[in-house]
Design a protein. Structure first.
Length: 133
């Protein structure tokens, strides 16, 4: 839900029109700073989730290789058992969701960089049009 709200806010923040293009140009550094901070935090969360996955992977691998009632010998057999573990599945699901957020934020940062050029091009175009009159 928060991610969808962020998407909507971002769309609003990155849209400029004839009425607000000059204020958008002044807003770009602040927008970039804000989204960079969000990106850093969300990327940190992603790294923590990946670490949790690696720890859980090691625990489950050791369990299915050495401690389980039924011994699994090949890596593919062990991983098949691991991926059936609900906690492991939950971590992977969380990683996928978090990766989507991080990717969105990376693209947003790129769009913010592009926004300043788009606004400047619009200003130059307006100057050109007004000079012809």
């Amino acid at each position: 839900k928060e991610f969808n709200t962020l998407k909507q806010i971002t769309e609003t923040k990155l849209t400029f029109s004839e009425d607000n293009f000059q204020s958008k140009l002044a807003e770009v550094p602040l927008l970039y700073s804000r989204y960079l901070q969000i990106f850093v935090n969300e990327n940190k969360n992603l790294m923590e989730l990946k670490l949790r996955k690696d720890i859980k992977y090691a625990e489950l691998y050791h369990y299915f290789k050495y401690s389980a009632n039924e011994r699994w010998e090949s890596k593919s057999e062990i991983e098949a058992q691991m991926y059936s573990n609900q906690q492991f599945q939950s971590i992977i699901s969380d990683i996928n969701t978090q990766q989507e957020i991080v990717t969105f934020l990376e693209q947003t940062l790129d769009n913010i960089k592009t926004l300043s050029f788009a606004v400047r091009n619009h200003i130059d175009w307006q100057k050109f049009i007004n000079a012809e009159r």
